[in-house]
Structures are given as structure tokens and as C-alpha cells.
Design a protein around this ligand. Structure first.
Ligand code: SAM
Length: 287
């Protein structure tokens, strides 16, 4: 995984200071105006179930002064209660119409709005000790997780909602069918916990699948030493490239049988049988 953050191309927008009616909406506990037509291309499934919204906010446990960033605020279901608790929130929204609604509704002293694509946003520009949260657009969940993982050194935590199946892959143990590249590349950097499962009915429009909330906390000093991050990423990708292949074949261009054996890895095994530490040991031996 490339550890260099890409530059953001977001435009910071301020909320409308003069809109008194909008200011009062900050404390309003509605789930927002649903007259907006959900855009499929932006993965828009809006949270409408008050009970789940409260449980997600409680799981985030936002405190005044937190450097809190929400990806994809949408109609503001999480945004309003988060702003209520922290007093200030940075949001990144790709949909200009939704961004304009939020800018009109929330006070500029409480909301810093970036109209931008989170996939190439430079999160390092937001300072340190970041708490990133969001009901993420499901159509870009894996690339967005990989992008966010680059910022592990400036993250306090990441609390995100995704398709349940993606969260299963994130937390999967080796030798299970869900275990793969996403599991290894995230687990080598973060401890990951599944917090909540939500039914399709908690959203409008309702997605076809269940969703789940996961919390990721950087491992920091417990993070295994990786001599060459790019090589590690290549080894992991190749090992899971064709799941049916033995490591002897899948890693043919990267490691000899003798090197596999020296790393304590059986050449006849498949990638999914290797624990995260096995991948680290193998990649470090090849570096
Ligand atoms: N947070 C709201 C909620 O829970 O009701 C909306 C969640 S909806 C699943 C995803 C949100 O992410 C939408 O507001 C969508 O416009 C926004 N979005 C989609 N792709 C994005 C991207 N690449 N960068 C930033 N925001 C994005």
C-alpha cells in the first residue's frame, strides 16, 4: 500500500451564518428532508431509523474538541447529532446538491464543508488525531478503506458503516472464506471490531443487503515492522490473486520455494491459510 497521501481537490465551503432557521436545525432531531432523490452513482442510502442513528452516535462517543471528520454526510442524519456533541465537524461530500443543503442549514462556526471526492482527498490537510466516521458509499468501500488506511499515523480511530459482508472480510480470520487481501492489509495496521449490524429497513432507499458498523484503531507500536510496504502489498495481492493456486505458483515471480520454506511457509499451501504475521515474515525475508 502506497503510504504517500494523494492531494485533495476539495473546495472548502462555509455554512450560512445568517440563516437563523437553519441554525435551529442543528439541534433538531429529525433525519432530514427526504425529498432529495437518492443518487445511485454516489451510493446514497440514507439512514432514517432514529434508534440506529442514536446507537451509531453512541458508539462513536464524540466529545467536544474531537477532530471529527464525517465522510458523506448526505442529508445530515449523523451530522446533526455529531455537531451537537462536538460543537464542530468537518465533512466531505461529493454531491454538490447535498453539500449546498448542509451549507444552508448548519452554522459555519460548526461545520467545515469540503465538496470533494473522499477517494483522493488529502486527509493529512485536516491535522492530527483524526476521528473519521461515516456511513460510507458502498460502491467504493474497498478503495476508500485502502485510501484511509494510508493515514493510519494521524488517525485516532475510524468508525464506518459498510455492507455487512465487507465488514466480515475486514475482521475475517485466516483459513475462512471471507479472509483475503482486505483482511490482511487492514489487520496489519488496525485492530478491527464489528460494533453493530443494521437491517436494510434502517435506510431509505433500502439497500439489498445488511450493513454493519466497524471500528478501526491503529495498532501503533504493536504494528508489525514491514521492511518494504510496496513489496508486502505485492506479496499479499499475489497470494490472493487466484485463490485456488498454491503459494508456490501464486508467488512464483516473487519468491522461490526455498525462500517460502525459510519463511516457514509451506509452498503447497494456499494464501488464505497464512496469518497476517506469516505474510509479514515472508515479505520481510524477501525485502
Ligand atoms: N451519512 C448519510 C446517512 O447516513 O444518511 C449518507 C450516507 S450515503 C450511504 C453515502 C454518502 O456519501 C452520500 O451523501 C454520498 O453523496 C456521499 N459520497 C458518495 N461518494 C462519495 C465520495 N467519493 N466522496 C465523498 N462523499 C461521497
Amino acid at each position: 500500500m502506497d503510504s504517500r497521501p494523494r492531494s485533495g481537490r476539495g473546495q472548502a465551503v462555509r455554512g450560512n451564518d445568517d440563516n437563523a432557521a437553519s441554525r435551529s436545525a442543528v439541534g433538531h432531531r429529525s433525519t432530514g428532508d427526504l425529498r432529495h432523490v437518492a443518487r445511485k452513482r454516489f451510493g446514497q442510502n440514507f439512514l432514517v431509523d432514529r434508534n440506529y442513528i442514536d446507537r451509531i452516535v453512541a458508539a462513536i462517543d464524540p466529545k467536544p474538541g474531537d477532530n471529527l471528520v464525517e465522510i458523506g454526510p448526505g442529508l445530515g442524519a449523523l451530522t446533526r447529532p455529531l455537531v451537537e456533541r462536538t460543537g464542530h465537524l468537518t465533512v466531505i461530500e461529493i454531491d454538490r446538491d447535498l453539500a449546498a443543503r448542509l451549507a444552508a442549514e448548519l452554522d459555519s462556526s460548526q461545520l467545515l464543508l469540503h465538496v470533494a471526492d473522499a477517494l483522493d482527498f488529502d486527509f493529512a490537510s485536516l491535522g492530527r488525531d483524526l476521528r473519521i466516521v461515516g456511513n460510507l458509499p458502498y460502491n467504493i468501500s474497498s478503495p476508500l478503506l485502502f485510501h484511509l488506511a494510508r493515514y493510519e499515523s494521524i488517525l485516532r480511530d475510524l468508525t464506518v458503516m459498510l455492507q455487512r459482508e465487507v465488514v466480515q472480510r475486514m475482521v475475517a480470520a485466516s483459513s475462512t472464506s471471507e479472509y483475503g487481501r482486505l483482511s490482511v492489509m487492514l489487520q496489519v495496521r488496525f485492530s478491527i471490531e464489528r460494533l453493530l449490524v443494521l437491517p436494510p429497513g434502517a435506510f431509505r432507499p433500502a439497500p439489498k443487503v445488511e450493513s454493519a458498523v466497524a471500528r478501526l484503531i491503529p495498532l501503533r507500536e504493536k504494528r508489525p515492522y514491514i521492511a518494504d510496504e510496496a513489496l508486502f502489498a505485492r506479496v499479499v495481492s499475489a497470494a490472493f490473486g487466484q485463490r485456488r493456486k498454491t503459494l508456490r505458483n501464486a508467488l512464483r515471480t516473487l519468491a522461490s520455494e526455498e525462500q517460502l520454506e525459510r519463511a516457514g511457509v509451506s509452498p503447497g499451501a494456499r494464501g488464505e491459510t497464512l496469518a497476517v504475521d506469516d505474510f509479514v515474515r515472508l515479505a520481510n525475508l524477501l525485502a
